[in-house]
Design a protein around this ligand. Structure first.
Ligand SMILES: Cc1ncc(COP(=O)(O)O)c(C=O)c1O
Length: 386
């Protein structure tokens, strides 16, 4: 199989696996234990915290380990609301956030929190001025805008939005799952108060992640018990997962040339797709530097994205029709619809996301297979139209 669904998840890096192994066997101690085995586990967590903090220009005390981005997002949004003393609590977010943000905020909305959803432009870009206009003085407690979109790859102006939040004394969270390690993020320079990340999107293990919380910013914990993670997330730490997360982070920042390779490969993919299918439409910014490296979302007009995914699966290629979802049940993409596409067009996106293992040869092969699959589907669509 040729794997081209790296925005959904990435394979575990061999070096990450090796770094994790000792913490399943000889170094199995509980980090809260005082004996040597416990101290070794604690030292591994401390080192991991240091590594993660250094990638964001943060302090180690500002990093909280969790099971991934979904948990981080819930801890931040619900924790901020619980900690707020404002009488009316208002959150600003965008209509193209990942469902872990949208569903969490929707739930908060049912508990009485007011919410404003900022719409993107046709390329999936959020205008910071729209965010500014949505601010309700004395009521807005949190702005939550992703650093890069997971379906179309648009890099959002999060630093500009962070500045606006700071100027207005409002907390700013960015879901950095798709941006971390791919685009420059500096929590000081970019005025970020909270940021969430999952390890499995950067060749780390599933079930591990972290959030950044600016020192001094108040958050009420969701998970009580044990006092771990400075009382913000109780429960014995996932030591192997945390070690794997830190090693994955270290590697992704070390392999800086990989970003350019992925961008060049994505540019080549788009060029070849257009040459072979003149009607193909790009979903997201046309300028590739405005997208995260490796992610391309396209539409073959009239052809369902999900059907293409299934057809490509049968030919040995793993791609997706948008965010990961159960086969056969794909609703229209809320991201494409927010970008102005119709309900029908919302079901026609095809997301191809490249990773470390992908080669130019694989891209050329994909283009050929896609051309044939699209041709076949067009024929069957026109037959069924008759
Ligand atoms: C932008 C974005 N945010 C959040 C998540 C949720 O990550 P996890 O399922 O690892 O918690 C994802 C995963 O698809 C994502 O792409």
């Amino acid at each position: 199989m040729i794997y081209l669904d790296n925005a959904a998840t990435t394979p575990l890096d061999e070096k990450v696996f090796e770094a994790m192994l000792p913490y399943f066997k000889q170094e199995f101690g509980n980090p809260s234990s005082v004996h040597e085995s416990g101290r070794n586990a604690r030292a591994a967590i401390d080192k991991a915290r240091q590594i993660i903090a250094s990638t964001l220009n943060a302090g180690p005390k500002e990093i909280v380990f969790t099971s991934g981005a979904t948990e981080s997002v819930n801890a931040i949004h619900k924790g901020v609301v619980l900690a707020s003393t404002h009488q009316v609590k208002h959150i600003i977010t965008s209509a193209i956030e990942h469902h872990c943000v949208l569903d969490c905020i929707e739930w908060l909305g049912r508990q009485g929190v007011a919410v404003t959803y900022v719409m993107p432009d046709h390329e999936g870009l959020i205008n910071p001025e729209e965010v500014k206009k949505a601010i309700r003085p004395g009521e807005t407690i949190l702005i939550s805008i992703m650093s890069a979109n997971n379906e179309v790859g648009t890099i959002e102006p999060f630093a500009e939005i962070g500045r606006i939040a700071k100027e207005n004394n409002i907390l700013f969270h960015t879901d950095a799952v798709q941006g971390y390690g791919k685009i420059p993020i500096d929590v000081q320079r970019d005025h970020i108060d909270f940021l969430s990340v999952s390890a499995h999107k950067i060749y780390g293990p599933k079930g591990a992640g972290f959030f950044y919380q600016r020192q001094g910013v108040q958050l009420v914990p969701l998970v009580h018990g044990g006092g771990q993670e400075s009382d913000l997330r109780g429960g014995t730490e996932n030591v192997a997962g945390i070690v794997g997360l830190a090693e994955a982070a270290r590697l992704i920042f070390e392999r800086s040339t990989e970003r350019k390779r992925l961008r060049d490969l994505t540019d080549l993919l788009w060029k070849l797709l257009k040459e072979n299918n003149p009607e193909v439409v790009l979903n997201g910014p046309v300028a590739s530097e405005k997208r995260v490296p490796g992610l391309l979302n396209v539409t073959f007009p009239g052809i369902s994205g999900e059907m293409l995914v299934q057809s490509l699966d049968g030919r040995g290629f793993a791609v997706s029709s948008g965010a990961a979802c159960a086969a056969g049940s794909a609703p229209p993409s809320h991201v494409l619809m927010a970008m102005g596409r119709s309900t029908v067009e919302g079901k026609q996106g095809l997301r191809i996301s490249l990773g470390h293992s992908n080669t130019e040869e694989e891209i050329r092969e994909l283009v050929n297979v896609l051309r044939d699959a699209v041709k076949k589907m067009k024929t069957s669509v026109s037959f069924s139209d008759d």
